[in-house]
Design a protein around this ligand. Structure first.
Ligand SMILES: Nc1ncnc2c1ncn2[C@@H]1O[C@H](COP(=O)(O)OP(=O)(O)O)[C@@H](O)[C@H]1O
Ligand SMILES: [Mg+2]
Length: 453
């Protein structure tokens, strides 16, 4: 006993030291720890347990196989099937073929060859089961080509901490946060002109608007704001805003101006034989305008009957901007707690024009459904499971039909205010912008031509 104890103690100490070393390595430099120690072990265990996991998640298929055994009945051959005769045809559960898992920044991904009759949705449905089986934060499914699915596992939520806003390099393109995949979350108005940004109060809608203001302020664009809650949100950014509407009358006027500007730009494009302002020579190209709406519902809600006409006008004008803005460089970013059809038919039509969708934490499933439309049901589940403790986390639907979980950079009001003041001299004056525009209604023939262009 005496002789065994010291070596045992030594081994214990060495083991403890190794464990402590690994633990601190993981704490100090997670990336290298993951690549050199975490990932290889994970890859091995994922491969080793794939049959069990696939079986448990319902991703296997029964197949007939010939089976041979030397001692019939005695062994459950390879632990899979019991073979009673020497040579027998048996049904076995076959797993989908799995390639080697590859490390990613926040986990790993692996390509799977689907079995006959399987579609990527089968894997998407099993994604949560897979995540629990592999003890990872989430598994996302994509399909690069028929017959293949890629399962991307994230080890832990990469959106817990999201750091600084990088400077934007391109016109109308702003990196507002980070996607769950570790890639930047980019809002690019030139590819997706109009956006709906939905969420409950305190979910991070204004923070995202702040990030946009910080990103757009240094760019040669005009920013206009609609803030019908008395201007509490956008007034601090007034130095960088070319126009700000804080009440019903102002918003009607501002929308009128925007429509007039569009008509004007339409004429300009027609003269130059261009389809949109981007085909015009830079010298005569009008400045792009981004319109930020703080609470969309406020534009549609009626305080009393007398506002009915104004609301109808607002609704039509906003819809016109959404329909034609893309070609003439006027972009919408509409934030709102509620974007449902209860606000009137105008909202539904507007929603249909906004191809960019962002859904922060919401209180009711309807808002998530309305924001994300007919996306994958998993996106809706993911949207509804955003925790209140992580404001700024949102589900983002982009033009490629994919959806992502993302988190905006934290941009406090004072940071946006600072940017607005710093770049105040880049603010185009609204009077100059709208100079010479005639407030003509768009006639139906023009509208038809434009919508079908
Ligand atoms: N991306 C984020 N990271 C960290 N905190 C955030 C983030 N977005 C929002 N917050 C915090 O959440 C709170 C609510 O955000 P806010 O944008 O005002 O929500 P909303 O406009 O939807 O009511 C803010 O006080 C802010 O500090
Ligand atoms: Mg807000």
């Amino acid at each position: 006993m005496r002789e065994i104890l010291p070596p045992l103690l030594d081994t214990l100490i060495v083991l403890l030291m190794v464990a402590a070393g690994l633990w601190s390595w993981r704490r100090i430099h997670y990336r290298s720890f993951w690549l050199l120690a975490g990932y290889p072990l994970t890859a091995l265990s994922v491969r080793a347990t794939w049959r069990k996991v696939a079986l448990g998640c319902g991703l296997t298929k029964k197949r007939q196989r010939w089976w041979f055994t030397l001692t019939p009945g005695a062994v459950a051959s390879t632990g899979l099937v019991k073979v009673r005769r020497r040579f027998q045809r048996v049904a076995v559960d076959t797993k989908p073929w799995m390639w080697l898992p590859l490390p990613t920044r926040y986990g790993w991904r692996v390509t799977i060859r689907t079995l006959e009759g399987q579609i990527p949705e089968d894997y998407a449905e099993a994604a949560e089961r897979l995540a629990h089986s592999w003890r990872v934060h989430a598994v996302r499914v994509s399909s690069p080509r028929p017959g293949r699915v890629v399962l991307a596992a994230t080890m832990r939520d990469p959106l817990v901490r999201v750091d600084q806003v990088p400077a934007s390099s391109e016109l109308l393109k702003v990196t507002v946060g980070r996607l769950e995949t570790g890639k930047p979350w980019v809002i690019d108005f030139r590819t997706v002109p109009h956006w709906i940004n939905a969420g409950a109060t305190q979910s991070g809608k204004s923070n995202l608007a702040n990030a946009l203001i910080v990103g757009l302020a240094p760019q040669p664009v005009a920013l206009v704001g609609f803030d019908l809650k008395g201007g509490v949100e956008f007034t601090p950014y007034a130095p960088r805003l070319s126009a700000l509407a804080t009440c019903r009358a102002e918003s009607v006027r501002l929308l009128d101006d925007l429509v007039a500007l569009m008509v004007d730009r339409m004429g300009l494009c027609r003269q130059a034989g261009a389809r949109n302002i981007w085909q015009l020579p830079p010298a005569i190209r009008p400045v792009p305008i981004v319109a930020l709406v703080d609470e969309l519902a406020e534009l549609y809600l009626m305080a009393d009957k007398s506002e009915k006409d104004e609301i109808a006008k607002t609704s039509t004008a906003l819809l016109r901007v959404a329909q034609l803005g893309r070609a003439f460089g006027i972009y919408l970013f509409c934030c709102g707690q509620r974007i449902g059809s209860d606000l009137g038919p105008g909202v539904t039509a507007l929603r249909a024009q906004c191809s960019g969708r962002i859904c922060h934490r919401v209180n009711d499933p309807e808002t998530a459904t309305m924001t994300l439309g007919d996306l994958d049901p998993a996106a809706l589940i993911s949207a509804r499971s955003i925790a209140a403790e992580t404001p700024g986390v949102a589900i983002v639907a982009s033009q490629d039909g994919q959806w992502y979980r993302a988190r905006s950079f934290y941009v406090a009001e004072h940071a946006a205010e600072h940017a607005a003041r710093m770049y105040a001299d880049l603010t185009p004056s609204w009077a100059e912008l709208t100079e010479g525009t005639h407030h003509a209604e768009i006639n139906d023939a023009d509208l038809d031509e434009l919508l079908n262009a």
